[in-house]
Ligand binder design. Structure first.
Ligand code: GLU
Length: 300
């Protein structure tokens, strides 16, 4: 069966689902998103791209941005980053503060919020947030081969207004000496990167470097980012995602997931309804069907 047939079938199956999960409602811009949308896009090693559903509709990439921030932070700091953030699954919710106290302000991994705030702080360095965000957008646009990728300012504003837990995390990190910038500055960068809007078509293209289909960063770093996506990319549901889908993946509360089949494909999927753990419900199901039908699971 061809990939375009598989994707078309998956989009059809997802359109018929009524159990779509709950859209994120902590900010009005996400609460207002129509839950009946679904899009999927796949970039292959031969340079082709196949898509189905609402694949050209931009959505808030939210925590998927943490993957790209990590790539930039590693480029800037190299392995020194690992003295500030660990590489273990947290087994806790994305915004949990629990472990930070008992683990002396060193977050478990770069994908929980605390770890992403440290990673963003490292990627930011001593520059104004504007300069870092411009670098991030340039990276995304060149990876996706598309200039039309922007920050949704209204989302960034709402994130700032409602981000009390993230402020708590950032101040806690600062108290432990694990933030080089003032908390407001690092969080300004963090909230704006979460507010980047992309379609699954753009996101699948932007993920090609992680699948080894485009050379943007050292292979060694690609391997490490994929390892972290596999073990930590879905918060306290990371084990379940590996079990069901069998690919490195990173989710965001906007309902997007970027998944990587090393050497084979970069896959982006989007459906705004979330599970309790904050991962796209139908997005995960669609990826499970896709890996079952293509045999792309890294576990054989
Ligand atoms: N902006 C969200 C937060 O920091 C991102 C969470 C997510 O996408 O998982 O709370």
């Amino acid at each position: 069966m061809s990939l375009s047939t598989i994707l078309g079938e998956i989009a059809q199956e997802m359109a018929a689902r009524t159990d779509r999960g709950q859209v994120a409602d902590y900010i009005p811009q996400l609460a207002a998103v129509d839950p009946d949308q679904f899009g999927i896009s796949v970039c292959l090693a031969d340079g082709t791209q196949q898509s189905a559903g609402d694949s050209a509709t931009p959505f808030s990439i939210q925590s998927i941005s943490k993957v790209f921030a990590l790539a930039l932070a590693l480029g800037r700091l190299g392995d020194q980053l690992w003295s500030r953030v660990r590489r273990e699954p947290s087994g806790l919710a994305f915004n949990s503060i629990l472990q930070l106290e008992s683990e002396q302000g060193i977050p478990r991994n770069p994908f929980v919020n605390a770890g992403a705030i440290v990673t963003t702080d490292a990627a930011l360095g001593q520059r104004p947030p504007k300069e870092y965000l411009a670098e991030l957008l340039t990276f995304l646009r060149s990876a996706a081969g598309d200039e039309d990728i922007h920050i949704d300012r209204a989302v960034a504003r709402s994130e700032t207004e409602t981000g009390h837990r993230n402020f708590a995390l950032a101040h806690f990190l600062k108290a432990h000496g694990n933030l080089t910038n003032p908390p407001e500055l690092t969080l300004g960068a963090y909230f704006h990167q979460c507010a980047i809007a992309m379609s699954v078509e753009q996101l699948a293209r932007a993920g090609r470097f992680l699948a080894g289909l485009q050379h943007l960063i050292a292979r060694e770093r690609v391997r490490r980012i994929n390892a972290l996506m596999l073990t930590c990319g879905h918060y306290d549901a990371s084990g379940d995602f590996a079990f069901r889908v069998g690919l490195p993946g990173k989710s965001g509360v906007g309902g997007g997931i970027l998944a990587i089949a090393p050497g084979k494909a970069s896959i982006a999927v989007w459906s705004p309804g979330l599970t309790q753990q904050g991962n796209s419900r139908l997005g995960t199901e669609a990826l499970e069907l896709l890996t079952r039908r293509t045999g792309w699971s890294i576990f054989g």
